[in-house]
Design a protein. Sequence first.
Length: 281
Amino acid sequence: MQTIIEVSKIIKPITTSDGAGVKLKRSIGIPVINYFDPFLMLDEFGSENKDDYIGGFPPHPHRGIETVTYMLNGEFEHKDSTGAKGKMSAGDVQWMKTGGGIIHSEMPAMSEGKLHGFQLWVNMPAKLKMTKPEYIYIDSKMMKIHKDSEKKIKIIAGKFGDIEGPVKGHNVEPVYFDVELEKYKEFNFDLPSTHNSFIYLIEGEIKIGDKNHKKVKNSTLILLTKGNKLKVKGIIKSKFLLISGKPIGEPIARGGPFVMNTKEEILKAVEDYHSGNFVQK
């Protein structure tokens, strides 16, 4: 049975900063939507003014989450406590599983020019929260693209037609597409009805589903209803992210860069960090 996916909630991001003063727009992990299981946070960072990003994200810890960073413009350099290093350029993705503990830094590998990208936090189930950390670098060349006269779809995770993204075998069965849609054209896609899904409109204007909804324009988060048939129409030429994942359904406890299941586990993470027993190798 087909169930059309509609707009559940439209959210304008809040302007904030993180790291060493990097200016960004946060749309998940804010009072109006603290958690959209399994997604804990979504940030859009972007500026042509170097003062908005030059401080970067100096070394800091994480436990119990996965961070997914997607670069559209500019370059970031990654270093972490596992010994992993990597330079991200436009189109690249890094998928970092922090597990039981990792300390990492993300610093701009540029002194001027445009920087633009996204960071998504994905929760980990209790059984995986204390596993060995893992850094996965995905070069833009590893990601396949579907292109026709109506749309261009970059597949980071999930499957579109016969094209499968490089992220496979993940416990939340994620979908992560970067979609460019021409004016008056439609993007149609079947999503699992079990998943929580959202669209982040980067630029343009779109219409979702069959029902009327408020006008949706640049830098806007759109939470979607559960269903299996997604229809998106470009009112003008538009670019958006489609992200979807299977809910974990476990309690969460937050403590800054740590996300566990109980407050006691958060206190243990803080204790481990300050006592030097934090990093998992």
